[in-house]
Design a protein around this ligand. Structure first.
Ligand SMILES: Cc1cc2nc3c(=O)[nH]c(=O)nc-3n(C[C@H](O)[C@H](O)[C@H](O)COP(=O)(O)OP(=O)(O)OC[C@H]3O[C@@H](n4cnc5c(N)ncnc54)[C@H](O)[C@@H]3O)c2cc1C
Length: 372
């Protein structure tokens, strides 16, 4: 039995699902959202480090959900050398991610979206005349579906979309009792620390978010445990884990719907940040699937590909070459260039400056890419 009908059903109530649903409702579409968990925004699977510029781009005043403001990053090479990238003013917020998701879900509901929280989408079938979404609260006739159901998207397979590359697997601990400079995040690289990604220390006001990602899920607990051992004075308040997409889906729209956010791979593969690009792409979710595919790629694909290229380079460079590159970067003032021109999302301005100012560093980086 079919219970009702909606023009658009959004599957997943994370940040991208909620923004998609809100956009569709505001554009006057009859829209519903299904979120399998009983509370929107829980459980948290995110470090919540988001650029202030990026937050503004998705319509959020940076301080609104901020639990800390950071000025820059300290990058640690495998040998322990440090490169500091710093702005005069705070560049990024450490946010309460759960509150951000709830904010967008409330906005969607206010705009007219019907929310089904604690209800899971379990299947989808479509023929020439009808499309039916099966859920734990019944079947619904829909015109199209928007899959915002995360990195292991079922919607993508219901829409027959191609698979994405394997994600990175991540684990994070929230620690109490750690003394850290609240102005900086710390990023640790190296095969012995976090092969295939990196480890991070992101300070809140009272707590510190400490975690890492690795390519091989079978090794995650061992690497995460080893990194946690560096903070013997810290008391673990909570543990979170999740996966981070490492490439864009080749096709993100089919005849009966589209996928957005992690489900589409709209994530910076370099850093794992998905809130801003996913959120920006979600603001196109009201378009026809074909138009959506064209529009988000036109606006954001180039930057996402650049981030993917950076990740590819980092993954190919050996620890020894990384150490050498970091030293060279310091010698050549790359840290200053990145401090002035680097943005957490856009890549073009920095790429241009790097090309003009640091050609020999780029040649060295290219050689490291080729020879490891
Ligand atoms: C450890 C970790 C740290 C991260 N740190 C950062 C960071 O610092 N900054 C940043 O920008 N990004 C970060 N990310 C990435 C960021 O969390 C994601 O890119 C972002 O959450 C994507 O949002 P989304 O809405 O696409 O997916 P999600 O947030 O994953 O939401 C998907 C939702 O769909 C629901 N769902 C799934 N299947 C169904 C179904 N069948 N029916 C109903 N509901 C369903 C899930 O319950 C979930 O609520 C991090 C990720 C991880 C794992």
């Amino acid at each position: 039995m079919v219970f009702g009908d909606f023009l658009i059903a959004v599957i997943g109530g994370g940040v991208c699902g909620a923004i998609s649903a809100g956009t569709c409702a505001k554009k006057g579409f009859d829209v519903s959202l299904f979120e399998e968990h009983p509370v929107v925004g829980e459980p948290v699977q995110c470090t919540g480090l988001v650029s202030n510029k990026g937050l503004l781009r998705i319509g959020v005043e940076p301080k609104k959900f901020s639990v800390n403001q950071v000025k820059g990053a300290r990058i640690f090479s495998p040998a322990g050398d440090v490169l500091e990238i710093s702005g005069k003013r705070p560049k990024a917020s450490v946010i309460d991610r759960s509150a951000l998701d709830r904010h967008f879900a409330e906005k969607a509901e206010k705009a007219g979206c019907i929310m089904f929280v604690g209800e899971k989408a379990t299947g989808f079938s479509a023929n020439n005349t009808t499309s039916v979404l099966k859920t734990t609260c019944g079947k619904f006739e829909v015109e199209r579906i928007v899959g915002a159901d995360g990195v292991f998207s079922k919607t993508a397979s219901w829409l027959n979309l191609p698979k994405t590359p394997a994600p990175v697997f991540a684990k994070q601990f929230v620690l109490e009792g750690i003394e850290k400079d609240r102005n900086f995040v710390e990023l640790y690289f190296g095969q012995k620390v976090a092969p295939g990604f990196f480890a991070w220390v992101v300070p809140e006001k009272e707590f510190v978010r400490v975690g890492l990602g690795v390519r091989d899920p079978g090794t995650l607990n061992a690497f995460a445990g080893r990194f946690l051992d560096r903070f013997p004075e810290g008391e673990v308040v909570s543990v979170q884990s999740g996966a981070i997409p490492q490439g864009i889906r080749k096709k993100t729209a089919g005849s009966n719907g589209l996928v957005v956010g992690d489900a589409a791979g709209q994530v910076k593969a370099s850093s794992g940040g998905g809130v801003v690009f996913g959120g920006l792409c979600a603001s196109f979710a009201h378009l026809s699937p074909q138009e959506y595919e064209v529009q988000w790629r036109k606006q954001f694909e180039a930057d996402l590909r650049n981030h993917f290229f950076i990740r590819k380079c980092l993954n190919r460079v050996s620890d020894k070459s990384f150490d050498a590159l970091l030293r060279k970067a310091k010698e050549q003032g790359v840290d200053e260039t990145v401090s002035v021109f680097g943005e957490m999302e856009e890549t073009k301005a920095l790429a241009k400056q790097m090309f003009f100012r640091h050609k020999s560093f780029l040649v060295r980086a290219a050689l490291s890419y080729v020879f490891g």
